[in-house]
Design a protein around this ligand. Structure first.
Ligand SMILES: [Mg+2]
Length: 267
């Protein structure tokens, strides 16, 4: 959509001119919501949620695309017309009903067994890492662990081992290790679905972490096919992966930068 790195104002101007054919795909943690020590306490930055309903009316689609369960997104980012794609697109909240990929349902016993093994492991127990039960996956968080740098390697090793034993895959993030069934889906799949189902001719993806790289790749792929245009927006934080910043067409400064950008789009 823009050559080189754009400013937020330039990008917003370009998008506003063709809003009805643009899909907006927004990550939650670190993008709409400031990263906090307790992941269950994460909430969108004040002012963001009320912009989303009007944006959903103006744009082809507004979708929250996150590794979080769709129900969490629907509860904390409640706005009319917004789509909630949780678990990297494997779950969607639609008209109050949760739709889940049946392959995830089948893997629930393995996820429960892995959660129990993690709970009993020395690395998790002794570090005080927090286990997040996400129903269809389990995540180990070390954000609140004292001396978390020292625990990174043992937690990583333990998480990898337990994932392998239970036939799960390991998705590392910023101070988090998620074990989930090897059902292929990433934010790129979710973005492709939103674009296809909304009939959008252009797509904007906004994210702050490694899990957003497949969404960036999907934007590039859609643009490469010649039928779509795309804008990859990285949200900068102290922990932002360098490859995400490097792959971005536009860089915003934290959730506050996202709020300002959404305000430009809603103006
Ligand atoms: Mg994020």
């Amino acid at each position: 959509m823009t050559a080189g790195t754009a400013t937020a104002e330039q990008a917003a101007r370009g998008l506003l001119g063709r809003a009805p054919e643009v899909a907006l795909c927004l990550d939650f943690d670190g993008t709409l919501s400031p990263v906090v020590d307790d992941p269950q306490a994460a909430r969108p930055l004040q002012g963001i949620v009320e912009l989303l309903g009007p944006l959903a009316e103006r744009f082809a689609a507004v979708a929250i695309v996150s590794g979080r369960p769709a129900a969490y997104l629907g509860e904390h980012v409640a706005a009319p017309g917004v789509r909630y794609l949780g678990l990297y697109g494997l779950q969607e909240l639609h008209e109050g009903q949760i739709q889940v990929d049946p392959r995830l349902e089948a893997a629930r016993p393995a996820v429960s067994a892995a959660a129990a093994a993690l709970r009993d492991s020395a690395a998790v127990r002794d570090s005080g890492a927090w286990l997040e039960d996400k129903e269809y996956s389990v995540a180990v968080h070390t954000r609140r662990v004292p001396d978390r740098d020292r625990w990174a390697e043992p937690v990583d090793r333990t998480a990898r081992q337990i994932a392998e034993e239970h036939g799960l895959e390991l998705i590392p993030g910023k101070l988090v290790w998620e074990l989930r069934p090897p059902v292929p889906s990433d934010k790129g799949d979710a973005v492709r679905r939103v674009v296809a189902e909304s009939g959008a001719r252009a797509v904007v993806v906004v994210g702050d972490d490694l899990g957003d790289l497949p969404a960036f790749a999907a934007v590039a792929e859609l643009a490469g096919q010649g039928h779509h245009e795309g804008l990859r927006v990285a949200v900068r934080s102290a922990e932002a992966p360098p490859q995400l910043i490097a792959g971005a067409d536009l860089v915003l400064e934290g959730p506050q930068g996202v709020l300002d950008f959404l305000r430009l789009l809603a103006a």
